[in-house]
Design a protein around this ligand. Sequence first.
Ligand code: ADP
Ligand code: SF4
Length: 689
Amino acid sequence: MTRSPRFDVLFDPVRIGPKTAKNRFFQVPHASGMTNANPYVRAAFRGMKAEGGWGVVSTGACSVHPSSDDTPFPFATLWDEADLRAHRVMTDAVHDHGALAAVELWHGGAAAVNRTSRYAPLSPSGVPWMATHVGFMSSARPKVMDAGDIRDLIRWHTEAAVRAERAGFDILYVYAGMGYLPYQFLLSDYNHRTDAYGGSVRNRVRLTEELIDAVREATGGRCAVALRISLQELRARASETAPSEAHEVITLLADAPDLFDVKMDYSATDCAPSRFAPEGSHEPVVDFVKTLTDKPVVGVGRFTSPDTMASMIRRGVLDLIGGARPSIADPFLPNKIAEGREDDIRECIGCNMCIASWHDGVWVRCTQNPTAGEEWRRGWHPEIVRKDSEGSVLIVGGGPAGLEAALTLGRRGFDVTVAEAQRELGGRLLWETRLPGLRQWFRVADYRLGQLRKMPHVSLHAESPMEASDVRDFGADHVIVATGARWTRNLCGANEIPSGPLDAPRVYTPDDIAAGVAIEGPVAVFDFDNYYMGSAIAEHLAALGLATTYITSAGSAQSWGVMTNEQPLVHKSFLKAGIAYRTLEIVEGFDGETVRLSQVFTGEARSVAARALVIVGQRAGGSALYDALAGEGLPSLSLTGDANAPGAIAHAVYQAHRTARELGTVAQDVRRDAPFAMRNLLRYGEAAQ
Ligand code: ADP
Ligand code: SF4
């Protein structure tokens, strides 16, 4: 297939200072959960994107000094020679495929509270960053930087820049965004200084400018210098001389860096879930930058549509198409467009499981791309599966797990049959993605169905409920049961451990709503699942015009949504939809008119009037079909997806991918990565002498 000429513009080379990117696809810095302790895992993850055609591939935040220590969140470092060697593995992997390697030099200032290094966090004026956000909260408060601290900061960037060049990086970032130290100097809220670094915008910009100059000088102009800057708050602040402070800042810095990387200020807006923000949602904040500078501009917006990308270039909004999540979901996105295969793009669904991985402190996990993070450890390639088999497989269940297993086994060369009871394939996605904001999640099924329909040796059968005798009669070499999980009516105790089912009139589960049961209002939704289902059902019921009260045993609505950046947006959405919500309460009983509640900590009795109660609590896996087949002596039988262990869609897809990769093979040991040693290893006890 050949590329559509309307996408040619995406493949123009772009000059970035002394370097040239081969095309406009720029994997901007993003967290991977991989640190210098996993140099090969990280190199394989980043290198895969270079292999997939990204013209520039960047690290995530890379600390210039131990006074910028983000633990327990994973981050990279460029503190010494061992760090340099760790990064070299990645830059080699990126260069092997003709891409440029970028490093995001980073000092977190007051946003990095140095839990391990125990340095006092640095700040322009002692104002903490996000002091109320649980992930960033600390009992430490930042110190006010003096002139010596500012000199040190510049020197640390200089030293890190020298190491970065030696490690093979082509583009070195100065990071003035997302609450980190230079950003705090830019904003008057954080910067109350009365010296040359505070007061006027001119003075507040000074530190960023000096850092850019220092990094450029340190590498003799051989590396390109990029500025990553958040513009959401600055653009909202009035200026006497320009349309906003953001305009003033960009004007002052117009010639300073070789590249502008422009973004939002907060994780929830910068990396907004698709449930609450569409593709390209940054544009209203960053659209002016190119009018004020001749330097190339890169920006993100969860771009997965090549038409949107081309339009961003043609309309003069951006010069380079930044991708973080789209590059995780599909490292081969650029090559697919280059080859005229845009239908094959595995589009990011905007669920933010990848962000949740960073918040969890682990390697990136992706709902759409189960191979993310497994490129080195398990040797999984996102596009290529060894063609090694000619047997037949029957997969029972056509949800995310069944479809992923079918795709991977189809690629391995098996004759695959999928039998699904429902009228359509898609499993839980069929109904869940009809809930408010979740439509894009159907891409999980769309992508797989699109690929499967091109495979002549795969047959997909809807309206085909299977019983044990049907499976036996079918006679496949391998049987995979992927029949999903069911929501229970179980309540829970104050410790959120599920207890027995609630037997009362008009008590429903999400499965009942999916089956089309008519709900009477007012309705109460009791959520102790704490992910999206409870809040999405509350939004759904409110949209039907029912008076809705959301009740949770946790301290906030969709409490696990703090991991996916959804939580603040869920609260806003509840307010907009008029959904009442109650926290730290559990349901004790329901008589069809009144929900009896108790406060989690005190046990105090409370109540809410309701005609219906929806319990969003525990899901039960297991499969009667699998149990019936287990004793039959079939040559090969597996249970996978939610039926094996209920969880997020990402987990079901991952389990099924692994089941399919390993089917009929001898289990392989996973590879273990290890950091480079500092110098000569000390014996225990020597260090203290
Ligand atoms: P997962 O996330 O693990 O893929 P889902 O619940 O999304 O789980 O999908 C499971 C699918 O299996 C559902 O579409 C369901 O209709 C289907 N299914 C369950 N039991 C059978 C059966 N006996 N025969 C065929 N399909 C079944
Ligand atoms: Fe996109 Fe979700 Fe994958 Fe993140 S986890 S890249 S949001 S599909």
